[in-house]
Write a protein that binds this ligand. Structure first.
Ligand code: SAM
Length: 288
C-alpha cells in the first residue's frame, strides 16, 4: 500500500452530485440521500442552494465553492475529507464541472488519493441531445462560445467541418447573435435544435434548418429569454459532386504519408465523416 493510500484509508468521500436544471423532481433518490448524509455540502452559490435544501428539508451545512475561491479554498474541503468527513459537491444547476465549478477541487481531492464518487443526474446538454432527434452516436460539447462576435466566428470557423453533432450552451441575450453567426459560418441549411427552458414550464425544443431557426427566434422575443442549449448537426461532405473539405484533405494527406492507401482512406473516413469510397478515389489520385 502506498503512503498516500495508507494516510487516506480513513478519509471521507467526495460525492459529485447532480441537481435539477429546472424540474425539482429530477433530483434522484440517491442524490437526496447523499445530500442528507454527508457532513458538508460544497456549493457554487450557498444562497441559491439553500432554497433547494429547504425545499427538500435538508439541513446539511453549506460552504461556498465557486470559481473564484475553488483553488484557494479547496484545501479546506480537503482537510475535512482527510479528517474522515464525507463532502458533496453541487453547482447551481445540473452536473458540477459541466460549464460549472468543481474541476480544481476534484483534481486536488483525487491527487490526495481520496475517493471521488459521481452521483449522476440532470445535465442540460444531455437532455437537449437526447430529445433533439439529431445523431447522438458521436457528439462534441463546446460549452459557451466566446461572447464577442470576432472570437465566436473564429471558433465556429474551426468547427465548420466537424462531422459530429455539436452542442453549445448560450446565454439568452446572445442567442440571436449566436444563431446569426452559426448561419453565416455553417450555412442556413444545416439542421439544428434549440432546447430552451428544458424541464421547466415553458420548455421548447424547436428543430429547423439554421436559417429558419434564426428567423423564428428573431421574430419572437420570448424565444430570446430563459436558458438555452443549441444542438447542431455535424458537417456532411457533399455527396456525389466530389467536393471534400480542406480539413478532410489535410487529414487524408497526413495519413497517406504514414499508412498504406486503403488504410489511410478508411481512417480518414472514420475521422472526418466523409464517405470512404470518395476518400479512396481521392487518395488514388493524390498518390498518382
Ligand atoms: N452544469 C449545468 C449542466 O449540467 O447542464 C450547466 C451549467 S451552465 C453555467 C448554465 C447553462 O446551461 C445555461 O446558460 C444554459 O445554456 C444551460 N442550461 C442550464 N439549464 C438549462 C435548461 N433548463 N434548459 C436549457 N439550457 C439549460
Amino acid at each position: 500500500m502506498t503512503v498516500t493510500a495508507a494516510a487516506n484509508s480513513c478519509a471521507g468521500t467526495l460525492y459529485v452530485v447532480a441537481t435539477p436544471i429546472g424540474n425539482l423532481e429530477d433530483l434522484s433518490a440517491r442524490a437526496l440521500r447523499v445530500l442528507r448524509e454527508v457532513a458538508l455540502i460544497a456549493a457554487e452559490d450557498t444562497r441559491h442552494s439553500a432554497r433547494l435544501m429547504a425545499h427538500f428539508g435538508i439541513s446539511t451545512p453549506l460552504m461556498a465553492c465557486h470559481e473564484h475561491n475553488e483553488r484557494v479554498e479547496g484545501g479546506r474541503f480537503l482537510e475535512r475529507l482527510q479528517a474522515g468527513a464525507d463532502v458533496a459537491l453541487i453547482s447551481d444547476a445540473g452536473t458540477p464541472l459541466i460549464s460549472d465549478p468543481g474541476y480544481h477541487l476534484v483534481r486536488q481531492v483525487r491527487a490526495a488519493g481520496i475517493r471521488v464518487v459521481p452521483v449522476p443526474g440532470a445535465c442540460a446538454l444531455i437532455a437537449a441531445l437526447s430529445a433533439s432527434g439529431l445523431p447522438s452516436d458521436r457528439f462534441i460539447f463546446e460549452g459557451f462560445l466566446p461572447a464577442k462576435a470576432a472570437g465566436r466566428r473564429a471558433r465556429l470557423e474551426l468547427l465548420r467541418e466537424e462531422p459530429r453533432t455539436l452542442i453549445f450552451y448560450e446565454a439568452p441575450h446572445r442567442i440571436l447573435e449566436c444563431l446569426e453567426d452559426l448561419e453565416a459560418v455553417f450555412g442556413g441549411e444545416r439542421a439544428a435544435v434549440l432546447g430552451r427552458e428544458l424541464t421547466k414550464t415553458f420548455e421548447t425544443l424547436k428543430g429547423l434548418p439554421l436559417g429558419e431557426l434564426r428567423a423564428w427566434v428573431e421574430a419572437d422575443a420570448n424565444q430570446q429569454r430563459g436558458e438555452c442549449v443549441l444542438v447542431v448537426a455535424g458537417w456532411q461532405a457533399p455527396v456525389g459532386d466530389g467536393l471534400v473539405g480542406s480539413e478532410a484533405l489535410r487529414v487524408l494527406d497526413l495519413l497517406l504519408a504514414e499508412l498504406p492507401l486503403k488504410r489511410a482512406a478508411a481512417l480518414a473516413a472514420e475521422i472526418t465523416g466523409v464517405r470512404k469510397n470518395l476518400l479512396y478515389q481521392l487518395a488514388l489520385e493524390r498518390k498518382q
